[in-house]
Ligand binder design. Structure first.
Ligand SMILES: CC(C)(COP(=O)(O)OP(=O)(O)OC[C@H]1O[C@@H](n2cnc3c(N)ncnc32)[C@H](O)[C@@H]1OP(=O)(O)O)[C@@H](O)C(=O)NCCC(=O)NCCS
Length: 176
């Protein structure tokens, strides 16, 4: 393996920014075309931390190979035990198990936080992400056709979800 998964620190933000912007430039994983600035990525990192959500990095020999995080799925109170995650791996470090290690660590953290469901909102033709999620036990929830656009093409959005091991106290609560 050679890499370790650990919570990100502020000094990891420039590497997180570089990996994010590479995905923006080269893939349809993120449906934006303008690169993020350092200030935007730092604000995102601090917001995740302040809300108690993890940002994890895969480190090897002082280098960040990839990162993953989750946050609110939707802000309404009834969704408070559901989170939406994302995982990004530097193009030179893919197909080495980094994405899987990050996603498994996120799912472990979410289960320990008493969360109930994790959702990946995935561009439907992103075979690498779909394969990664299947391998980590996520199942297909449904597809929203042509809800996005990038590089001159319509994009379909596939939701893949995983029910986490249940906390009996939380499960018995009725949400009305
Ligand atoms: C999707 C992504 C995170 C996968 O990370 P990775 O470190 O390369 O994935 P892993 O090496 O851990 O692979 C885990 C499994 O995912 C699947 N997978 C990974 N890359 C794949 C590919 N190119 N095609 C098909 N399946 C793939 C396989 O099932 C793989 O298991 P295997 O190696 O035993 O076959 C990475 O390709 C990436 O960062 N892509 C750009 C950003 C992105 O799409 N992020 C996801 C947004 S929802």
């Amino acid at each position: 393996m050679g890499f370790v998964i650990k919570p990100a620190e502020e000094w990891d933000v420039p590497a997180i920014l570089a990996i994010t912007n590479q995905a923006i430039r080269e893939t349809t994983a993120l449906w934006v075309s303008a690169p993020y600035t350092y200030e935007e990525r730092l604000a995102w990192f601090r917001q995740r931390r302040d809300e108690g959500f993890p940002v994890l990095v895969a480190h090897e020999a002082g280098q960040v190979l990839g990162f993953g995080s989750y946050g609110h799925f939707r802000v309404y109170e009834g969704y408070s035990q559901t989170v939406e995650h994302s995982v990004y791996v530097d193009a030179d470090s893919r197909k080495r198990g980094v994405g899987r290690a990050l996603l498994e660590a996120l799912a472990d953290t979410a289960a320990r936080q008493g969360l109930h469901v994790m959702i990946g909102a995935i561009t439907a033709d992103n075979a690498a992400s779909v394969g990664l999620h299947e391998q980590c036990g996520f199942v297909r929830g449904g597809v929203l056709p042509e809800v996005g656009r990038k590089f001159g093409n319509w994009l379909d959005l596939l939701f893949m979800y995983k029910l986490l091991s249940m906390n009996p106290d939380i499960e018995s609560e009725q949400i009305v």
